[in-house]
Design a binder for this molecule. Structure first.
Ligand code: NI
Length: 169
């Protein structure tokens, strides 16, 4: 089932998510809904926080569903390692229409449970490392705008508030 994606301004996006205590059929259904919602958007990643569920689950697929091996479901993910630095443009399904350059580590290793409850460790570099960190931020109640400083953030927030006032957000 496709779930509505919360947009910037919704308080739920700023609440840290809690651990999943057990990978039950309900959790698997939630993960499936997240995958469906991500593909429908379309986007390369989605955190449970973004559909208003405060649980530590994210899904990522850089292939947008084109490669069957591309889908990553991570439950209770933690960083094992983060190294280097990259500066690239970043966007978010919860902040549609806006992009900004965000500094992120160039490599990130994440460990968590997959959809079957099996522990997985996945190394990401480049865009995958960026996606991991973007989704982990969501689980901690942060969106990429919170990583921006000063005028750049103010400009985007001001434009979003204007859209809100004219009910276009
Ligand atoms: Ni996002």
């Amino acid at each position: 089932m496709i779930r509505p994606i919360l947009k910037y301004g919704d308080d739920h996006l700023h609440e840290p998510a809690g651990e999943v205590s057990e990978v039950t059929p309900d959790i698997q259904q939630l993960a499936d809904d997240m995958v469906e919602t991500m593909y429908a958007a379309p986007g390369i990643g989605l955190a449970a926080t973004q559909i208003g569920v405060p649980l530590r689950i994210f899904v990522v697929d850089l292939s947008l569903g084109r490669d069957i091996e591309g889908l990553i479901v991570m439950i209770n993910p933690v960083f094992v390692e983060r190294t280097g630095m990259q500066l690239e443009d970043e966007g978010c399904l919860s902040v549609p229409g806006f992009n900004a350059t965000v500094a992120r580590p160039a490599r990130a290793v994440v460990k968590g449970l997959d959809r079957g409850g099996v522990e997985r460790t996945i190394e990401g570099t480049g865009l995958l490392a960026r996606a991991f960190q973007h989704e982990m931020d969501h689980l901690d109640g942060k969106v990429f705008l919170d990583r921006l400083q000063g005028i750049k953030k103010q400009m985007i927030v001001r434009r979003i508030k204007k859209l809100m006032r004219s009910h276009q957000w």
